[in-house]
Design a protein around this ligand. Sequence first.
Ligand code: SF4
Length: 69
Amino acid sequence: MFVRVNKELCIGLGNCVVIAPTVFRMNTSNIAVVTDPTSVANDKLWEAAESCTAEAIILEDDSGNMVFP
Ligand code: SF4
């Protein structure tokens, strides 16, 4: 599973950081960036992605196919 943040869509609410603080952090522009996506199980990545009301968190399977949103 791969995870990335669409910086154009992120509105900086920080839901993802609350749910998965080892995976996401806020940068100095208050945009989420991915730090260590392998530090949690995939279900936590899904939980974080689904918490993002801006749909800025993109999940891809191991073949690079987008599976969320
Ligand atoms: S939950 Fe979405 S909008 Fe909020 S900081 Fe994370 S990526 Fe950005």
